[in-house]
Write a protein that binds this ligand. Sequence first.
Ligand code: INI
Length: 154
Amino acid sequence: MNLVEGKLKVVNGKKVAIVSTRWNHFIVDRLVEGAVDAFSRHGGNDEDLTHVLVPGAYELPMVIDQLLASGKYDAVCALGAVIRGATPHFDYVSAEATKGIASVSLQHRKPVSFGLLTTDTIEQAIERAGTKAGNKGFESMTVIIELLDLYETL
Ligand code: INI
């Protein structure tokens, strides 16, 4: 049996963009720190990493689309936090962001990881941003690193 899998080592020269939201920046900035940490600790060079800020999660897909259409990036790590609170806005924003992120990845045939927290409370988001449930930004970047290597093989 042939096993095909990606290695957890940054493929040399691959350009990665982190796209993160200003919304909930107190939490999302921790995800960005985790993603940058994962990139450098898996052998990535600082000059191969670009950070792009967008207003909110709703804008993630359209900006990722622009970045991938430019041909300058091999993969995108999308980071944000949509927190339910007391508004139905949550459902619209999180649904559009989720669908859009999956869709741009398929459309451009490039890895885009889903580092968007969708939680009921701020506490749940904080738990996933470098406290008791780890750091989803770090995890999202390790997914990108694995997929870049896997796509090279495929
Ligand atoms: N954007 C977020 O990234 N997180 C949220 O929790 C959020 N809530 O709750 O409304 C949010 N809304 C803004 C939205 O993403 C757009 O930026 C805005 O609607 C303008 O298009």
